[in-house]
Design a protein around this ligand. Structure first.
Ligand code: SAH
Ligand code: SF4
Length: 353
C-alpha cells in the first residue's frame, strides 16, 4: 500500500468532510461518500462500484484513497450456524480474524485490535503467536463494517443489523489506545454504524494506566477486565502482564474507572480445571471485588494448541457462580461457548503462517 494513501474508514465524518474540501469537492459529496461507506456498507470502493457518486468524486477516491475494504481471505461457519469467522486480508499482506456471533435478539461482532498480541497469556493462542503489529483505526472499523455487511446480506437469528461490538478478538486493545479510541468514535457516529456506547465492550488484560485514561474519555466504552486469579502470584503465572501492572494497581484503576464513569466492570475469569475453579477461588474473587460495581463472567477454557490445561466442568462453573451469588451477592454469568468447532472462541484466534 502506498503510505500516502488515505484509509477512508480511519476518518471521522468531520475529517472526511475536510478531506473532500481538500479535494475541491462540495460537502454534499462528503455526505455521499460517508453513506456509501456506512449506510450502503459498500463491499467495493473501486470507482466502478460507486455509480451514485459523481465522476469527480470517484476519481479523487481512486487516486488518493487506500482500498479500505478488507478482503475475505477465508471464512468458516460453525456447524450450528450461529458463528462465522472471517480471516480478513490486510493491505500489507497480513491477516486478521473477525467473528460474527448471532444471539437471540442481537448480532455481535468480535473485532481484533492488533495482529497477534504482546501480552503472552499462557492459555491464549493469540498470545502464543506473539506481536505482529497494531491495527490502524481504519482496519478496526473495516472489520465492524464487514460484519455489518454480512449480517445484512445473510439475515438470521438476531436480525440483520450489527448492534454490539466486543473488542475481544486478537490483541490487547489498550496497548493500541489511540487507534482503538478513534475507531470507537467512528463506530459511535449516529450517521454511520450508529452503535450505542454501552453496546461496545472493550476487554483488557489489565493495562492499569490506560484504564485510568479511559475513565476520562467523554464516551468510554464498557470495560471488561481479564482477571483469572485473585492473588498477584496466581495471576502472574497465567498473565505475564500482571508483573508489569500488579493486581493492586489494577484494582485501584478499576475502582477509579467505576467511580468516574458510574459503570460496572465485567471481570472475566477463564475457568481452568483444578487451577482456578474451586469454591475457594470464588471466595477469593468475591472478597477482591467486594464493594465494587462488578459482574463476573466465567469463560470455560477453550482448547488451544500450546496450553495443556482443561476446561472446568460445568458443575464447577455453576458452583463458582453460586458462591458469588449467595455469599457475595455478585452477579455472575457463564459465557455461552460459541464457535469452538471453528476455533473462533475466546483465545482461539491465531493466524498460522
Ligand atoms: N486482550 C484482551 C481481549 C482479547 S481476549 C484481554 O485479554 O482481555 C478476550 C478474552 O478471552 C479474555 O478475557 C481472555 O482472557 C480470554 N481468553 C484467552 N484465551 C482463552 C482461552 N483459551 N479460553 C477461554 N478464554 C480465553
Ligand atoms: Fe493478548 Fe488477551 Fe490473549 Fe492475553 S488473552 S495474550 S492479552 S489477546
Amino acid at each position: 500500500m502506498n503510505a500516502e494513501r488515505i484509509d477512508l474508514y480511519g476518518l471521522t465524518r468531520e475529517e472526511l468532510r475536510l478531506q473532500c474540501v481538500r479535494w475541491g469537492l462540495a460537502p454534499v459529496h462528503a455526505a455521499k461518500v460517508w453513506s456509501h461507506l456506512y449506510l450502503d456498507l459498500a463491499a467495493d470502493l473501486s470507482p466502478a462500484a460507486m455509480p451514485k457518486l459523481p465522476e469527480r468524486v470517484r476519481a479523487c477516491i481512486a487516486a488518493a484513497a487506500a482500498p479500505g475494504v478488507l478482503a475475505t481471505a477465508a471464512r468458516t461457519d460453525s456447524a450450528d450456524g450461529w458463528t462465522r469467522k472471517f480471516l480478513l486480508g490486510l493491505t500489507d499482506g497480513g491477516a486478521v480474524e473477525t467473528v460474527l456471533m448471532r444471539y437471540p435478539g442481537r448480532v455481535t461482532a468480535c473485532v481484533s485490535s492488533q495482529a497477534g498480541c504482546a501480552m503472552g497469556c499462557v492459555f491464549c493462542a493469540t498470545g502464543q503467536m506473539g506481536f505482529r503489529r497494531h491495527l490502524t483505526a481504519g482496519e478496526i472499523v473495516a472489520q465492524a463494517v464487514h460484519v455489518a455487511r454480512m449480517a445484512r446480506a445473510e439475515p438470521g437469528e438476531g436480525g440483520d443489523r450489527l448492534r454490539n461490538i466486543v473488542l475481544m478478538g486478537m490483541g490487547e486493545p489498550l496497548h493500541n489506545y489511540e487507534a482503538v479510541m478513534r475507531a470507537v468514535e467512528i463506530l459511535l457516529d449516529p450517521a454511520g454504524l450508529a452503535l450505542a456506547a454501552d453496546h461496545i465492550t472493550l476487554s483488557t488484560v489489565g493495562v492499569a494506566p490506560a484504564i485510568l485514561r479511559l475513565a476520562r474519555e467523554p464516551r468510554p466504552p464498557h470495560l471488561a477486565v481479564s482477571l483469572h486469579a485473585a492473588t498477584q502470584e496466581e495471576r502472574a503465572a497465567l498473565v505475564p502482564a500482571a508483573k508489569r501492572w500488579p493486581l493492586e494497581e489494577l484494582m485501584a484503576a478499576c475502582a477509579a474507572y467505576s467511580a468516574a464513569t458510574g459503570r460496572r466492570i465485567l471481570y472475566e475469569w477463564t475457568l481452568i480445571a483444578g487451577r482456578n475453579d474451586s469454591p475457594d477461588h470464588a471466595r477469593a474473587v468475591g472478597r477482591l471485588l467486594q464493594g465494587l460495581p462488578a459482574q463476573v463472567n466465567l469463560i470455560p477454557l477453550n482448547p488451544t494448541e500450546g496450553y495443556g490445561g482443561a476446561p472446568a466442568e460445568l458443575g464447577a462453573a455453576r458452583a463458582f457462580q453460586r458462591v458469588l451469588a449467595e455469599e457475595f451477592s455478585l452477579p455472575c454469568t457463564i459465557r455461552q461457548r460459541r464457535g469452538i468447532d471453528i476455533a473462533a472462541g475466546c483465545g482461539q484466534l491465531a493466524q498460522t503462517d
